[in-house]
Write a protein that binds this ligand. Structure first.
Ligand SMILES: [Mn+2]
Length: 375
């Protein structure tokens, strides 16, 4: 039996998306700290291999100091192997800092443009991998994947688009499932998508660990790494959460609200369990004519309850069909959308219709559209 950790998309050096300066600096430190946490876990679980499936770095933030830091962390693993393939955010260009860096002996970067296969006889594991280089790995490379080695657990380390994305993401190394299954490998240690997932098809196991720390809204839920175990020629994996914080998106309908102070009291309850999180709060619903939300007041009273608050105002002014002259474009338009709204309970459809009503009336009244404030 052998054990491994599978991570990807650490994006060391980056701070996550579009955060204010002070928050961004702290997130940068936390994202960088995901590596020592992974190394600690690898030591604690006594794994034999650490697999990094691309985007270890975010190229433009890869400083010499960061490389030394990463090398030091990998060095803590002693003679445990660290296998890395480069991704689209840290391609191994000829002049890439990581390409020329004198890595510890236990660290191996797979090459771009052609496959390499490493067989670890003591572990009974063979790992084939390929990096992104000047170009993404070309789809035809999949036909050249090294033959699986009989008697070994065969693992492929890749940064690309598997699963449903194989059809959609042509420029990001599409990995059609048939080709992967045909290779006879047991485990595809993947990187590229930042949310964790795993699935099995015809006895082959596929997994994306996602980024160990989430990097933006849209990367909600728990983040961590896969712990793998080999036994009797098969691989089994379990997910180990590591992320310090979560991104959370909340929508709140404020229809009927009388004052911002009342809303603050209500929202405090929603945010109570979100102290450490990055919260995107969108306010929706209709407000009486002329009632403009005081976003500064809301922000001042709510932001200290969470690590970071992104507040978006997507409310609209109440519409009364009698507001518009009979037969006018605005009357016909709002009547039509009101009918459609009355006929659907699907939340996505309702949201679309409500936005259409809001923006449509604004466009008809003013000839312009304000897409909502962000505080
Ligand atoms: Mn990535």
């Amino acid at each position: 039996m052998a054990r491994f950790l599978h991570t990807a998309d650490l994006h060391l050096g980056s701070a996550g998306d579009a955060l204010p300066e002070e928050i961004a600096r702290q997130r940068e430190r936390e994202i960088t700290s995901s590596l020592p946490k992974i190394v600690d876990l690898a030591l604690e679980r006594d794994v034999d291999l650490l697999l990094v499936a691309g985007d270890l770095f975010t190229d433009k933030f890869t400083t010499p100091a960061l490389l030394r830091y990463v090398n030091y962390q990998f060095g803590r693993l002693g003679n445990k192997h660290v296998l890395v393939c480069a991704g689209n955010h840290d391609p191994l260009l000829q002049d890439a800092p990581a390409a020329a860096f004198p890595w510890q002996k236990n660290v191996h970067f797979f090459l771009p443009h052609s496959w390499q296969q490493l067989a670890f006889h003591k572990l009974g594991i063979a790992v084939a991998g390929i990096s992104w280089g000047e170009l993404p790995p070309q789809p035809e490379l999949l036909t050249q994947i090294p033959a699986s080695i009989p008697g070994f657990v065969n693992i492929a380390l890749l940064h690309g688009s598997a699963g449903k994305a194989a059809q959609l993401a042509a420029e990001y190394f599409p990995l059609p499932e048939e080709s992967l299954i045909a290779s006879g490998y047991q485990y595809f240690a993947l990187g590229h998508y930042h949310n964790p997932s795993s699935w099995e098809a015809e006895g082959t196991l596929f997994a994306y660990p996602g980024s160990p720390e989430p990097l933006s809204f849209g990367e909600e839920g728990r983040h961590g790494v896969w712990l793998g175990e080999t036994s009797a020629g098969q691989v089994s994996i379990s997910f180990i959460p590591l992320g310090k914080r979560e991104y959370v998106t909340l929508r709140r309908d404020v229809t009927g609200m009388k004052s911002e102070a009342e809303l603050v009291e209500e929202l405090k309850k929603d945010l109570k369990a979100r102290r450490e999180d990055l919260v995107g709060l969108t306010l929706t619903g209709s407000l009486p004519r002329g009632f403009k939300l005081d976003l500064d007041f809301l922000k001042e009273n709510l932001e200290e309850l969470v690590f970071y608050l992104r507040l978006q105002d997507a409310t609209w002014e109440e519409v009364d069909l009698t507001d518009f002259p009979q037969g006018s474009l605005r009357q016909l338009f709002s009547q039509r959308l009101a009918e459609e709204l009355a006929n659907t309970q699907d939340p996505y459809r309702r949201k679309t219709l409500e936005l259409a009503l809001r923006y449509g009336l604004e466009a008809l009244a003013r000839g312009t559209v304000d897409l909502g404030g962000e505080a």
